[in-house]
Write a protein that binds this ligand. Structure first.
Ligand code: BV8
Length: 233
């Protein structure tokens, strides 16, 4: 009988750091080079769409050539070998979890390799650059094609399913996130409210570290495979 039946994993940019993708709030992170209000809000897109699209064109190119690391692979192994239920919720917009084999996955902040039409809501996979003169293939409108990512002030995706899973889990594992952005930063409290054991696996204590019953610090490619081993051992 496994110790835990229903596991929810929350991942952030720190999980993909060792695959070569920048985090947001580390000293050389994305928000050290760009201001959120210039590139990651609906107002920024309305004000200067080309600047926002250029910011994501650069990140889409970066996401194209990277590979999952040992931490992504360990989380995919946990999902496939754990006899109970495992749901992975990621704040990351890169495709590394699915490339490592994770199946039950929610991209709560969207995906860099998808685009969304602001006019009609149509979505499609997209790997090239985006510009304002691209017309939507469904409604034909121009100027509304944006990356399918959740900007600040927008509602993250699948919040109902995430809340249901948090309310029913008995283990909540947070990997590689600073615990700065809500609602994701509040998930640990929802899991605690459900009586779950809560574990933070992060390079260093996050803003929310004190809310976790257990914290293990170190690079994800070291601490995550080891922790998964103890769960499956
Ligand atoms: C919402 C977009 C409401 C895609 C992102 C005013 C108005 C509206 C909302 C707010 C407001 N004031 C505050 C809010 C809430 C706001 C928020 O939380 N703001 C913060 C800054 C205070 N949240 C929102 O706006 C959310 N929406 O509230 O909507 C609403 C309600 C009803 C109806 C409609 C709307 C939306 C939040 C989503 C925003 N979009 N990304 C993109 O460009 O990527 S957020 C962005 O931050 C990314 O998604 C990222 O994933 C996320 C969190 O960052 P982390 O992943 O944690 O990365 P970070 O760099 O911070 O940390 C990395 C960690 O890894 C560090 O701890 C580091 O130590 C560790 N690490 C580094 N290397 C390693 C490592 N760990 C292990 N191994 C390593 N090798």
């Amino acid at each position: 009988m496994p110790k835990y039946e229903r596991i929810v994993i929350l991942s952030g940019a720190g999980l993909s750091a060792e695959s070569g993708l920048s985090t947001f709030r580390d000293k050389d992170g994305i928000w050290a080079r760009h201001k959120i209000e210039d590139v990651a809000t609906p107002q920024a897109f309305a004000r200067d769409p080309e600047r926002v699209l250029e910011f994501y064109n650069t990140r889409r190119k970066g996401a194209g050539g990277v590979k999952p690391n040992a931490a992504h692979e360990a989380l995919a192994r946990l999902e496939s070998e754990h006899p109970g239920d495992v749901l992975t919720v990621t704040q990351n917009i890169d495709p590394l979890h699915e490339m490592a084999g994770t199946r039950r996955l929610i991209h709560m902040h969207g995906e860099i390799l998808k685009i969304l039409c602001n006019h009609c809501g149509a979505r499609e996979p997209w790997e090239d650059d985006l510009s304002t003169d691209l017309a939507c293939r469904i409604c034909g409108e121009k100027g509304g094609m944006r990356p399918d990512v959740v900007w600040f002030g927008e509602m993250p995706y699948e919040m109902e399913e995430i809340s249901r899973a948090l309310g029913a889990c008995d283990l909540f594992i947070s990997v590689g996130t600073s615990g700065t952005v809500y609602p994701a930063a509040g998930f640990v409290m929802e899991a605690r409210g459900a009586g779950a054991h809560t574990v933070e696996l992060n390079l260093e204590p996050s803003e929310g570290a004190s809310m976790f019953a257990e914290t293990i610090h170190g690079p994800a490619t070291q601490v995550v495979p080891k922790y998964v081993e103890t769960l499956l051992g």
